[in-house]
Design a protein around this ligand. Sequence first.
Ligand code: KG4
Ligand code: ZN
Length: 336
Amino acid sequence: MADSLFLGIESSCDDSSVALLAEDGTLVRLLSQAHLEALQPFGGVMPEVVSREHGRVLPLLLAEICRDLDFSRLKAVAFTAGPGLPGSLLIGSHCARTLSLVKKIPLLPIHHLEGHLLAYELEHPPLPYPYVALIVSGGHTQLVMVRAPFSYEIIGKTRDDAAGEAYDKVAKILGFAYPGGPALANLADHGQDLKLLTRPLTQDKTNLDMSFSGLKTQARTIWESFDGKKEDFCASVQAAINDTLVLKLQRCLEQFPEIQGIDLCGGVACNKDLRKKVEALCTESQRRWACASPKFCADNAAMIAISGLRHWQLDGPALKRDIDGCRSVWPLDSQD
Ligand code: KG4
Ligand code: ZN
């Protein structure tokens, strides 16, 4: 049994990724390819372009990871069934289905955000329940209460742009190539927060929702007449986004004192300043916190494989979600 393996496949947005995970949670292999080069001429995600890239690259990654694989050890194929770009999801779904049919291996359709939420378990022991997950990625920003395995309640979310989207949009205004979030953050680390920007939607202390679309407009207006250092401008943007996220987390702890820990996840969780601030909040409030290494925070198939493994451990191959192809729209709290 210790020799059993789980295959993960991720293709919801602009990363093609496959992973092999052992049943004890040890990552055997992770192969990923981001399609940033193909997207550069467009300055953002073009669904048609990324679908073609997944169609070209994913079979090659699969062939590589399956080379010399003893298929009798493979217990299940976990793949991202949604949410995400329909064309991209379908490529991953078809690869998973084909393998499952040919090799007669059960399929585990996985929710992409559950993947982000469980990614930390690739490296850390599970957090005690209940815990709150702050999912911050390019497409999503949500506060999720986790009271038991696979029980998700969305207690706050962005009303418009996701935090990663806000980073990328401001980065674009500053002239960084897509996705500019990491470049903006790198420069921000050498600057100072000049408190140029407001912390959006933080007046009402009970509201856990967020809004980042106004921040981008405010940043553009300020940038047009800003004559200070670019590093300081970046630090001010970073602080406005991160302070807002951390303030929402703090209010979460006040409203739900039973929360035992914080799970920081999604691509924006790579941000060093955000990690530091969440850690400080947890130290101060005596809560546990967990966050995966950057390579597991961004979209990757290892997080899909660990989610598949966790479902398998609880339900065996019984996770028969009625998914015909994929679900591009799929709220995390409607996990049927
Ligand atoms: O989770 P992810 O890889 O893909 C989605 O599911 O969206 O997140 C990608 C997002 C992008 O918006 C990217 O700019 C942002 O995460 N990101 C960062 C950093 N690293 C990645 N944002 C701020 N600081 C970073 N260091
Ligand atoms: Zn993601």
